[in-house]
Design a protein around this ligand. Sequence first.
Ligand code: CDP
Length: 781
Amino acid sequence: MATAEIRGIGHSVERKEDARFIRGKGTYVDDITLPGMLHMELLRSPFAHARIRSIDTSRAAELPGVVAVVTGELMAQHKLAWMPTLSGDTQAVLATDKVRFQGQEVAAVVADTAYIAKDALELIDVDYEPLPAVTTPQQALEADAPVIRDEKEGQTDNRIYQWEAGDREATDRAFAEADKVVSLDTFYPRCHPSPLECCGCVADVNPATGKATIYMTSQAPHAHRTLFALVAGLPEQKIRIVSPDIGGGFGNKVPIYPGYVVATAASLLLGKPVKWIEDRTGNLISTGYARDYHMHGELALKGNRITGLRTTLLSDNGAFYADAQPSKFRAGLFHIVTGSYDIPAAHVVAEGAYTNKAPGGVAYRCSFRVTEASYLIERLVQTAAYELGVDPAEFRLQNFIKPEQFPYESATGFLYDSGDYPKAMKLALEKLGYDELRREQEEARKEGRLIGIGLASFTEVVGAGPGKHYDIAGLRMFDSAELRVHPTGKAVLKLGVRSQGQGHETTFAQIVANELGIPPEDVEVQEGDTDHTPYGLGTYASRSTPVAGAATAVISRKLREKARTIAAHLLETAEDDLEWENGAFHVKGAPERAKTIQDLAFAAYTDIPDGMEAGLEGVHYYDPPNMTFPFGTYAVVVEIDRGTGEWKVKRVVAVDDCGVRINPMIVEGQIMGGLAEGFGIAAMELITFDEDGNCIGSNFMDYLLPTSWETPEFELGETVTPSPHHPIGAKGVGESATVGSPAAYVNAVVDALAHAGVRNLEMPVTSDKVWKALVEAGLAE
Ligand code: CDP
């Protein structure tokens, strides 16, 4: 470990990036203004499903200040009316034949100002022939459902995929031999990542050089560059994606959206920079939603032991299958659904369907559907405990994978790297005062008060690759770090990932500090410019620390080894006689004969041994041997108002284990943010649709995000179980709380009513749903 002065791993170093953010000096896409820049706005479909008879753009084109009106027909002339999605499907860039969801992009106006462009949208006359809308996946799979993707050759229904994992026979056997089977049908509703900053770009195709510089809200700039090259046919060396400061991503900025493609095509055709900035409604109704999984789960029980797990799920994928996930896994990593439990047999069947809704299925602060999986198993486990008459904490402890079983191979094929689930749970229970609370709950019931205690002991899976198993659109999931130590001992670290507020400029500098002894303030971290950073797959699914963090540690160590050779040369000793400590090599037994990393960096450019290449620089591409598996236990206490069904969170205790913590303050911030998002999803957030496919939830009056008013207080705790395969033992943490906490909140509300037989409430658990349950259970006041 580095010393306190160097402030490497384990120090709550203040976030370097905040100096500019809190002064309003960040540079977001909308802050970019280029000479001669034009503005683009998109016309969106008012219908969920309609044939386009004609589009008349003549009135819009005549409006003074309008430079061009773009339709799908024009895009088709350039073979750009359709684009590939990240899941190997196709998506309309601008609709030509039909619109397939409300909010779909139909035309674009490019004008001198955004206001003129917006006004002109109203002058575009589209003649629609409305078609029946399909708004649920169940409806989509009915034999007489209208075929949404009738343009696809061979597509005769709305089925997208069928996929399975695990061992069906072994699972059937476990169920045949079970003493008891418990089941749960539940729906993880469609929700939206809703970053503070919506999506947008400034596309600047230089007519003189042919170079396309695209400033865009991108969580994966390198992958986007390659996809742009493949889609638009532009040579890749002529494409530069710059992802400047990003105001939150949460998975929403992983896909490529039509707006980026149309703005780039418009800049190419017009020879001028074109800016497109999405408004809030555009973001909510058309860009990467998350979840929308209908799930059925069953546990086979023998005594108090879980012996089998069977799940079937039906996914609502919207009109285009655009889930951002590794291509081999049609339902993401949902098959981690065995969670923290030692379940010998499991089988998962997943099916996806097209509906007349926006595409998405993005990993909203989630590693490719682990959130849905974690929710299902944590709700099922609580149900089983009630049915067996066992305390839910005790039932978990009896079924956890034991610390000595790691590395543990799950029944669906994951190799969990490390864990100590009982330790995290016991700490959470102790902080909560669980036993005492259970007694209070009993007492309160006698007084007519309804208190509930909900637990969730989640296991996360983050840090994709390994590249041989995980890819996005065929690109192997590795990541990279390039470290340049300058002669004066100051360094620049360039990464393939891209922070959206997670504090990479601080934490990755701390990794270098830890490994090389250069203080974090002397290490500038650069991300997000494809011309100036090494190739990487980007930041989502909590992969930055597990993959790019590892790459950073490895390249730092490589440079340290070179510095050792230089030190041996300067100190006229053998390399083996040197010891590394506190940012310096000294001769063993003679600490005064030392060279600091700063001395050695200077020597790398001024005084190197014969035959050595000058400089102290290098790049490493890290393909992880496995994922990392963070975990923890969350405990929530609620009280229900029997007169209204309203529920209030009284306490939230969250114990997380993400292995070695690089920056404890940043980790805690990540967890608190995730707990707040988890609360929003459990309590109030819902993107839903009426029977015509109109999106209800297209603005923040209807789509409710929790404010500081509703968000509860959080009490945090930690255990540290290092990842054995990560160079510094770190696991990801960014999404743990969003993954783990929704089940804890819902379990708490259900727990308050469980004695009256209530087993399930669907998210968002609004007071009207609780009121209904109170009435049915005879508990209403
Ligand atoms: O990929 P993303 O940055 O969203 O997620 P992450 O790798 O889980 O990291 C989120 C933030 O927490 C980053 O700034 C990490 O460096 C920091 N972190 C940490 O300090 N220690 C860990 N063990 C994990 C993450």
